[in-house]
Ligand binder design. Structure first.
Ligand code: LFR
Length: 515
């Protein structure tokens, strides 16, 4: 019997990691005349995904710093590989995508120096201003293309330098998270391009590492391997790893290792100019471009240019996202009031609409000790009713996100000169149907939701291309379209238009009064 081609994707997010086997299957409709596809050869190729492993990703506070539990992540990835084989799959290859910016440093023996920092660690407090003053905002933006997010790799390295960390002196190689985990499995060191573009040290205009900037900031330039494009074969699992797991030496591939770009590569859009929102812990709203857009207007609006598959760039903005709700949920759990996300959404459905609004991107929401308290304080400071129940909090967060999406979508149109007829939403956040509905209301256009597992799917697609199972991104997207039906949310324009317009005015006012 002929085996279907299959590959294994690890998609690591800030709250959980998942392993999916992706298989190309050929489906023959039982009765072609009923489906309307026609008679004769009516079989369709589909991408079937199967979750083989899932684990939670909980950071660790050690002394004064917040870290990733890197050994745990490696162990869970190994478990995922073993489980895929135990389930009867024989993946041709495997690849890892994760959040951006974070990294590990290797010493001259190839061992990990210290425990990688979490991007929400406080070491970068105040560093954005300092680096901006040193380099100048215009040059910094022109040569990095990025929104000034305090956690960009460049600020983390600058903070370490300033703190006199000996790790930088000892480092021989810097590897970004997906490359670091792949290194542990293959003993090969690469720097994947889409991840490189999240560092702030890669110059997107020239397409090279920015050695001059590194030198100015006291960051050693020799620790950065040359970037390789998505689709590069990193190497095979080492003999030790194969022996430990009892599996054959499959290949590891560098995909669009930045989760956001893997997700963007799986957006089932019909036109080349489309807007999308990757919804998870973060919300990333943007659009695909042929090249970076490094204009003063983009600097002013604080959008990022991040590298994607096939040499594309993505003009997008980081929006604080469902993190705010996740943190409220965590706090309530600590207080002995546990709610599931489904429960919170249900309570939000019943709460009063458009009552209290926050600016989700106020930096105070980046990592406060007590998120509900931070929201209460914000509401008092802005003279708004303070949410008094989990449902009211959830409603306030989801509506504020929807309004922010609407604002950022308009900004993206302004910057690119495009007009978007609707918004593609992908990622775990779209399981929150209320958020999708509110977004459609706030933007006054349809939301096309799906697929949920976009990052893993984008990861699988690049591997399938490397393996020669699909020939290009168009064929990959055709597979996504036939395999994962979209869910459409219409804006209910007539009834709600006035309410959303009034709320949008209040929302814009908030930003002005706080900044
Ligand atoms: C989303 C994401 C964003 C990045 C943030 C921090 O998971 O990758 O794109 O800005 O995490 O790395």
């Amino acid at each position: 019997q002929q085996r279907n081609p299959c590959v294994l994707a690890f998609d690591l997010g800030a709250s959980s990691g998942r392993a999916f086997v992706g298989e190309i299957i050929t489906e023959t409709p039982r009765d072609a005349s009923i489906t309307g596809i026609g008679t004769g050869n009516s079989s369709v190729r589909k991408l079937q995904i199967t979750e083989v492993h899932r684990f939670s990703n909980v950071p660790v506070q050690i002394g004064g710093h917040l870290h990733w539990d890197t050994p745990m992540l490696l162990r869970e990835i190994k478990t995922g590989i073993r489980k895929a084989f135990q389930t009867g799959y024989h993946p041709e290859s495997c690849a890892i995508d994760t959040w951006g910016v974070d990294f590990g440093l290797l010493d001259r023996n190839g061992e990990l120096l210290g425990i990688p920092y979490h991007y929400r660690d406080r070491q970068t407090d105040g560093v954005v201003e300092e680096v901006s003053a040193l380099v100048g905002v215009k040059r910094l933006f022109r040569e990095s293309g990025l929104q000034f997010m305090p956690f960009n790799t460049l600020y983390q390295l600058y903070a370490m330098k300033k703190a006199g960390s000996p790790k930088l002196d000892l480092a021989e190689t810097l590897l970004l998270t997906p490359d670091l985990l792949s290194y542990f499995l293959t003993d090969r060191r690469v720097c994947e391009f889409t991840m490189a573009t999240t560092t702030g040290l890669f110059d997107p205009g020239r397409g090279v590492w920015n050695d001059a900037l590194m030198e100015q900031l006291g960051i050693p330039s020799a620790i950065f391997p040359d970037p390789v494009p998505p689709g590069t074969v990193i190497g095979e699992l080492t003999a030790e790893v194969c022996a430990e797991l009892g599996v054959p030496p499959i290949r590891m591939i560098a995909v669009a290792s930045h989760d956001t770009e893997s997700a963007a590569a799986a957006v089932p859009a019909d036109s080349p100019a489309f807007a999308y929102l990757v919804s998870g812990t973060w919300s990333l709203l943007g659009t695909q471009m042929a090249k970076p857009l490094l204009t003063p207007a983009v600097l002013e609006r604080q959008f990022s240019n991040e590298g994607g598959v096939d040499g594309t760039y993505h003009l997008l903005k980081n929006i604080m996202g469902l993190w705010i709700l996740q943190e409220c949920k965590r706090k309530w759990e600590q207080l002995g009031e546990a709610y599931s996300f489904a429960e919170l959404v249900q309570l939000a459905e019943q709460a009063e609409p458009l009552c209290t609004l926050i600016d989700p991107d106020d930096l105070r929401f980046m990592n406060p000790a007590d998120m509900p308290e931070e929201i209460r304080t914000y509401c008092r400071e802005t003279g708004q009713p303070v949410p008094d129940s989990p449902g009211a909090f959830a409603r306030c967060i989801l509506e504020s996100l929807a309004l922010r999406y609407s604002q950022v979508l308009e900004q993206a149109e302004e910057l690119t000169g495009s007009r978007f007829t609707g918004l593609h939403m992908v990622g775990g956040g779209i399981q929150n149907e209320l958020l999708c509905r509110l977004t459609a209301g706030a933007i006054g256009r349809p939301v096309w939701a799906g697929p949920v597992e976009a990052s893993a799917i984008g990861n699988l697609l690049v591997q399938l291309r490397t393996g020669g199972w699909i020939k290009d991104s168009q064929e990959g997207l055709a597979l996504v379209k036939t395999s994962f039906p979209l869910r459409i949310y219409e804006p209910e324009f007539e009834e709600h238009r006035a309410a959303w317009a009034a709320a949008y005015k209040r929302f814009e006012q908030l930003g002005r009064s706080m900044k």
